[in-house]
Design a protein around this ligand. Structure first.
Ligand SMILES: [Zn+2]
Ligand SMILES: [Zn+2]
Ligand SMILES: [Zn+2]
Length: 84
């Protein structure tokens, strides 16, 4: 299984380096952070109760995120469901 979306990866700057964009607005908490590699949106992971990274994909169809956790450098394509 390969990913056909790697060309969509941009050299993004996190829009909200301090945490999940929506959780910060709501005053809510998250577990881990994911960075959208199309637009720089920072969202919380699927172990967080709000799952904003996945919601961002469903809202925008931006296919690829990477972990925003220090020391982690994996990427994930939501469309192909494959690690990059
Ligand atoms: Zn893909
Ligand atoms: Zn969140
Ligand atoms: Zn995005």
């Amino acid at each position: 299984m390969t990913c056909s979306h790697t060309k969509t990866i941009k050299d993004v700057v996190p829009r909200t380096p301090g945490g999940c964009e929506e959780c910060l607005k709501m005053g809510d908490e998250w577990v881990h952070l994911r960075l959208c590699l199309s637009c720089g949106h920072v969202g919380c992971c699927d172990n967080s109760k709000n799952r904003h990274a996945t919601k961002h994909f469903h809202a925008t169809q931006h296919p690829i995120i990477r972990s925003a956790q220090p020391g982690e450098d994996w990427r994930w394509c939501y469309v192909d469901e494959v690690m990059l």
